[in-house]
Design a protein around this ligand. Structure first.
Ligand SMILES: [Zn+2]
Length: 339
């Protein structure tokens, strides 16, 4: 099969690799219907994380091609979506809704899903079958559910978004934009999007943003305060992972409010005195996407949400390197790779 391998920073190649095989009796093999590039794939691409001949990709949708002898809940031929953490969905942590911390979890990025085939561990716990074979037009949205939609959704839940609340969203990448979609679905009254790119502002508004703030950092915080009677937002989503973004999120939150942080943290250090004086709730980390998948798949199936709109560039898998370049230069929000 063909698979994306990152040889080193900025060096992405598509190579012939051995087909994955069933290793554990709880494994399934899927044939990808499409795959995609994640914002988090840019950290190693830019040299901000070590990388050496690493298989890439952790988002996936596709058709089950083979199952191990202990797999019960999915069958060969099912169309399935799964999260970027494989999880058993039965341990105490999973049962509490924190499948990203399953005691048996496997990070899908270590197996790679920017490929034609993928091995999915813990198939019963990890995979959610769609009600039938999806129309091709639904595939980008189902793909989004695998990570960016589920992550944005978790961020909104962690930020305690709810009806009547004012929400601010730091980050206008796919996760931030889908955090806006989630906030709208969860009943937010007002949604303030931080963005300085016209195309992303337009999509933010389409997903439900009511206000756009172009300023960043403390200037951005000042604008949010101006828009909220100097109080700050009830709920703030942090979807970047840098020091500036995290402090922007904390300072944009009103006392007693909630920050949901899902940007993969890179050298973020919160000064204790600022945390002490902020009086806000902080919750976040790797999203337990699996918890939300059944609900998200149904919303997509019923065409109530269209998160696939974040894919603004589609390329064949063979041209994955161009996709990485486009996301690195921010000429594309998110790249779908056809298989
Ligand atoms: Zn578990």
């Amino acid at each position: 099969m063909r698979q994306v391998v990152m040889h080193g920073p900025g060096n992405v190649r598509v190579e012939d690799r051995e087909d994955p095989k069933i290793i554990e009796p709880t494994d399934a093999i899927i044939r990808l219907a499409a795959t995609c590039i994640c914002g988090s794939d840019l950290w190693p691409y830019r040299g901000a994380e070590p990388v050496d001949h690493q298989v890439m990709g952790h988002e996936y949708v596709g058709v089950v091609e083979e199952i191990g002898p202990e797999v019960r809940t999915v069958e060969v031929g099912d169309f399935v979506v799964g999260s970027f953490w494989a999880s058993d969905n039965t341990c105490e942590i999973c049962q509490a809704g924190y499948q990203a911390y399953c005691v048996h979890r496997v990070l899908m990025g270590t197996l790679g899903t920017q490929s034609e085939l993928a091995r999915i561990p813990l198939a019963d716990g990890t995979l959610v079958a769609t009600p039938g074979m999806p129309d091709p037009e639904l595939i980008p949205s189902l793909m989004a559910a695998s990570d960016v939609l589920g992550t944005g959704w978790f961020a909104a839940v962690a930020a305690e978004v709810g009806s009547g609340k004012t929400v601010a969203v730091v980050g206008d990448g796919a996760v931030g934009l889908l955090g806006i979609l989630a906030a709208k679905q969860l009943g937010a009254e007002r949604i303030i999007a931080f963005s300085r790119h016209a195309d992303r502002q337009a999509l933010a508004k389409e997903f439900g943003a009511t206000d756009i703030v172009e300023e960043r950092g403390e200037e951005g915080v000042t604008r949010v305060k101006e828009l909220t009677g100097s109080l700050g937002a009830h709920s703030v989503i942090e979807a970047v992972g840098t020091q500036e973004a995290m402090m922007q999120a904390i300072h944009s939150t009103r006392a007693g409010g909630h920050v949901g942080f899902v940007g993969v943290s890179h050298d973020v250090a919160i000064p204790g005195d600022e945390l002490f004086m902020a009086g806000v709730h902080l919750h976040g980390g790797p999203a337990p996407v699996r918890q939300y998948l059944p609900e998200l798949v149904q919303l997509i199936w019923d065409r109530k949400i269209n998160p696939g709109r974040v894919f603004d560039l589609t390329l064949p898998l063979a041209r994955a390197a161009e996709g990485y370049q486009a996301m690195d230069k921010r000429t594309a929000i998110k790249v779908l790779l056809t298989v």
